[in-house]
Design a protein around this ligand. Structure first.
Ligand code: FE2
Length: 292
């Protein structure tokens, strides 16, 4: 498996050749980052959105919810919000069409997550805590939003107008992360997950899967010796590049960059071509228990 796999798709709307699609799906589910020479071209009236001053307060991103057409995180009046709705809605529709063409087996079961625009520079930002420090290698897992095994599929695009890349590091394969951090994690507690759901700390009950994914996320970030020693591949995404990642599976760190778009989709394990490679199945094998 290669850390980065280039897929020659250059159009958001066009059908994808079957051989290209099969190769892309195999590489994605194996845990590669797919890199596409596919720019998201801004319209003339969207150029004014290339400014970090759009952000409200200390926020690092503007988010859009395709389910209710609402924008959060922007500082401004109704006209700006309408402009952001149009821009981010267009990114959502473009990425959805791309994913449906590239990964046809997912099309019927693909669930929309949020669209995110990150105009601010990552380098030099002081995170709220080590848990929020995305310059450390991690797999994505979010404390308040349990996924019960569903995959986090993310489509990124660098729209930087100054020629600056987005710089990442990619770490070791998921099976190695799981083998290292899951055995030392505490066991999930059904009492604790019921209490967190009842008190609205979590949006639904945290499954055993969510518990272990958070333990991996935190265990990786907290272990500075691991961060220093684990093999890592540096990668730069140039302006005009799209990259597609299962961010719950690919160990990644974000070092620098600004002006990036990201669309999240949720994919049920049942829709996968190779479910045995999913974090759910890998963690169930490592822990010897059913996790959803
Ligand atoms: Fe992440």
């Amino acid at each position: 498996m290669n850390a980065i796999e280039t897929i020659f798709v250059t159009d958001w709307q066009a059908p994808v050749a079957p051989a290209t699609a099969a190769h892309a799906l195999d590489a994605l589910e194996a845990g590669s980052v797919l890199r596409l020479p596919l720019p998201f071209v801004l319209q003339a009236d969207e150029q004014s959105l290339l400014s970090p001053t759009l952000l409200s307060g200390a926020r690092k991103n503007i988010s859009y919810n395709p389910a209710n057409d609402r924008v959060q995180g922007a500082d401004g009046e109704a006209a700006l919000e309408a402009q952001l709705r149009g821009f981010l809605g267009r990114y959502h529709r473009s990425t959805r069409t791309l994913i449906e063409h590239l990964f046809a087996p997912y099309a019927a079961q693909l669930i929309d997550g949020r669209t995110s625009y990150r105009p601010a520079e990552i380098a030099g930002r002081v995170p709220k805590s080590w848990r929020h420090d995305d310059t450390r290698l991690h797999v994505d897992a979010f404390p308040a939003t349990p996924v019960h095994g569903r995959r986090l599929l993310r489509v990124f695009n660098n729209i930087n107008p100054h020629g600056e890349p987005r710089r990442w590091r990619v770490g070791e394969p998921f099976a190695d992360v799981a083998a290292r951090f899951a055995p030392r994690a505490p066991k999930p507690s059904s009492l604790k997950s019921a209490l967190m759901a009842a008190t609205k700390i979590t949006k639904s009950r945290r499954s055993g899967y969510d518990h272990y994914m958070l333990q991996l996320h935190d265990g990786m970030k907290a272990d500075l010796a691991y961060q220093a020693q684990v093999p890592k591949t540096p990668v730069e995404f140039a302006p005009g590049e799209t990259w597609i990642v299962y961010s719950d599976q690919v160990s990644h760190a974000v070092l620098s960059g600004r002006y990036m778009l990201e669309q999240t989709f949720y994919v049920p394990v049942a829709a996968l071509q190779y479910p045995e490679r999913s974090p759910l199945k890998v963690l169930e094998a490592v822990t010897g228990r059913a996790l959803v």
